[in-house]
Ligand binder design. Structure first.
Ligand code: E4P
Length: 225
């Protein structure tokens, strides 16, 4: 499963890319507003350091989505145009996909919606996990079901587990067979963590220092022999 960052904060993306673990980025209007930067400037800047950058349209009508989607796609070859899971969003998405634009259909909450996205040739479908958990249902089950249905049908659209809120979500998405998981930077940081890694490193360091301290005595002993 490829790891994407769900943020428009350049410094976070740069750090993830420098660690060598991040393959892409998902943004949405909320994340762009949070970053407090001009949409075009920020997306272009992000595209300069990583491929696979989803940029979302805000238009609602097919023709408007088409104009906006073409504009987003023209910003950089790394842009993936995010369209909403609506009849207009899909109709525009089909035209964009036909023009060679990679399309991500966002806000997916069911297998049927995922089938509709596949039917228009979407490059990515984004089932949201956390938002379903928020209403006291099992968000990960949608990822499992979409992956199973796509496999059964031989569908090539990539399943991107979105709205992942913690490290456990990431593991579960991978086990469910998602192609991509997108997460906030804090979740990526949390993926590194394990108390046994920390205590193991501490122990190795202590043992190394002990052996260094014992070195002069060992060498003196060797000279005597
Ligand atoms: C994905 O493309 C969305 O930007 C994102 O995962 C939404 O996550 P949220 O439900 O935590 O806002």
């Amino acid at each position: 499963m490829k790891l994407f960052l769900d943020t428009a904060e350049f410094d976070e993306i740069k750090q993830g890319v420098d660690w060598g673990v991040v393959d892409g980025v998902t943004t949405n209007p909320t994340l762009i507003a949070k970053a407090g930067q001009d949409h075009e400037t920020q997306v272009k800047k992000i595209c300069g350091i990583v491929g696979n950058v989803s940029a979302e349209v805000v238009s609602e009508k097919k023709d408007d989505i088409l104009v906006e989607g073409r504009r987003l796609a023209s910003w950089h070859k790394n842009v993936i145009v995010k369209v909403p899971m609506t009849p207009d969003g899909l109709a525009a998405g089909k035209v964009l996909a036909g023009e060679g634009v990679r399309v991500n259909v966002t806000l997916c909450f069911s297998v049927n919606q995922a089938l509709l996205a596949a039917a228009i040739g979407a490059y990515i479908i984004s089932p949201f996990v956390g938002r379903v958990d928020d209403i006291n249902e099992d968000g990960m089950q949608i990822v499992r079901d979409v992956v199973a249905a796509y496999r059964q049908q031989g569908i090539k659209t990539k399943v991107l587990a979105a709205s992942l809120r913690g490290p456990f979500h990431v593991s579960e998405a991978a086990l469910a067979g998602a192609d991509i998981g997108t997460m906030p930077f804090s979740v990526l940081q949390a993926m590194f963590k394990h108390p046994l890694t920390d205590s193991g490193l501490k122990r190795f360091k202590e043992d190394y220092l002990k052996s260094q301290e014992a070195k002069p005595a060992r060498e003196a002993e060797a000279v005597k022999r």
